[in-house]
Design a protein around this ligand. Structure first.
Ligand code: NAI
Ligand code: MG
Length: 336
């Protein structure tokens, strides 16, 4: 059988270090991937290309698969987020982020097992901002019935297929009565087609409180784009930080796997980034490819290294480098 093809986007900042780690681990788990490396973001600009090279979406569509490092987006001005453009261009409407407590990680909570499902193509992220006059800006928040329905269906279907009993829709429909109201009403309607899954809704600020007090109170969080983004980082904080949480951007026939974290400019180039999020994103990618055994082996080896605690990156209280941590995971894989 010929190896599966996948695009690798090394990304900016810590991206090349952590995607490189994931590639090494996938290879060590015995899965051969035919990687096509395509730069994007600042890295592509620096070498004279476009932040979103025109060949990138086509290549991901062709392979159906990509592993992606984070891409830096300038704050306030400069180019539009390449992440957002890529998700919209490939219509990767579902952002799936499993947030789980991992063994050995010092954190207030030990048994978090949440799944965040974030609408990935609409809301405020369409980037339609207009200066009305010199002192006034308006931003469009677009919510469609079609977009709300497909992400709601995705969330309920996910819950059903993964043995989850409930879905919680997150919104601010008390204030944004029409836009978040449409998102919520559509989720409620969709819930009727899934009588085996219980449905609740929670106003976003109250949900943040719930998560910090009792993160076990919710299973699958169905979120509009912006709330899903914010809640993802909050939830990562509940399980030990951004270095540990993977994500998948999913559309019809296309999937892009990455960490929840960004390019971490504060630690980029130091060789100390935690590659666990990208390694776990790699495991999600292998599951998507049907390589379940290899994915499980990777997760088991990673868990063992975390629990053992001898080789940890600085964000987890250790002194190991990205390479040393990755090497330890690979060494453990080899002994199984
Ligand atoms: P960030 O996620 O890059 O960093 C936040 C904090 O978490 C920093 O202190 C960083 O050192 C730490 N951190 C993140 N990942 C880590 C890892 N693997 N190991 C150890 N520590 C880690 O968020 P920030 O600083 O707000 O954003 C930096 C850039 O990344 C921005 O340009 C932003 O637009 C971009 N970004 C890109 C994303 C993507 O490509 N999907 C997602 C989030 C942000
Ligand atoms: Mg984010």
């Amino acid at each position: 059988m010929s190896p599966a093809a996948a695009v690798l986007i090394p990304g900016d900042g810590i991206g090349p270090e952590v995607t490189g780690a994931a590639q090494r681990v996938i290879a060590a788990a015995g899965v051969e991937i035919d990687w096509q490396v395509i730069q994007a973001g600042q890295a592509a600009l620096a070498s004279g290309g476009a932040a979103l090279p025109p060949e990138l979406p086509a290549a991901v569509r062709e392979a159906g698969l990509a592993l992606k490092g984070p891409l830096t987006t300038p704050v306030g001005s400069g180019f539009t987020s390449v992440n957002v453009r890529l998700r919209r261009e490939l219509d990767l409407f579902a952002n799936l982020r499993p947030v789980r407590s991992l063994p050995g990680i010092r954190s207030r909570w030990q048994d978090v097992d949440l799944v965040i499902i974030r609408e990935n193509t609409e809301g405020l992220y369409i980037g339609e901002e207009t200066w009305e006059d010199q002192d006034t800006v308006s931003a469009v928040k677009r919510v469609t019935r079609k977009g709300s329905r497909r992400i709601a269906q995705f969330a309920f279907q996910y819950a059903r297929e993964h043995g989850r009993k409930s879905v919680t829709a997150v919104h601010k429909a008390n204030i944004l009565k029409a836009s978040d109201g449409l998102f919520l009403d559509t989720a409620r309607e969709t819930a009727r087609d899934f009588p085996d899954i219980s449905f609740r809704d929670r106003i976003v600020d109250a949900l943040c409180l719930d998560l910090t007090l009792n993160p076990r109170g919710h299973e699958v969080l169905l979120c509009p784009n912006l709330y899903g983004d914010i809640i993802s980082d909050l939830a990562a904080g509940l399980v030990g930080g951004l270095g540990l949480v993977p994500g998948a951007n999913l559309g019809d026939g296309c999937a892009v796997f990455e960490g929840v974290h960004g390019s971490a400019p504060d630690i980029a180039g130091q060789g100390t980034a935690n590659p666990a999020a990208l390694i776990l994103a790699g495991a999600l990618m292998l599951q998507h490819l049907g390589e379940h055994q290899a994915a499980r082996r990777i997760e088991t080896a990673l868990n063992w290294i975390l629990e053992n605690g001898a080789v940890l990156t600085p964000d987890l209280g250790g002194t190991a480098s990205t390479r040393e941590f990755t090497g330890a995971v690979i060494k453990h894989l080899d002994t199984r």
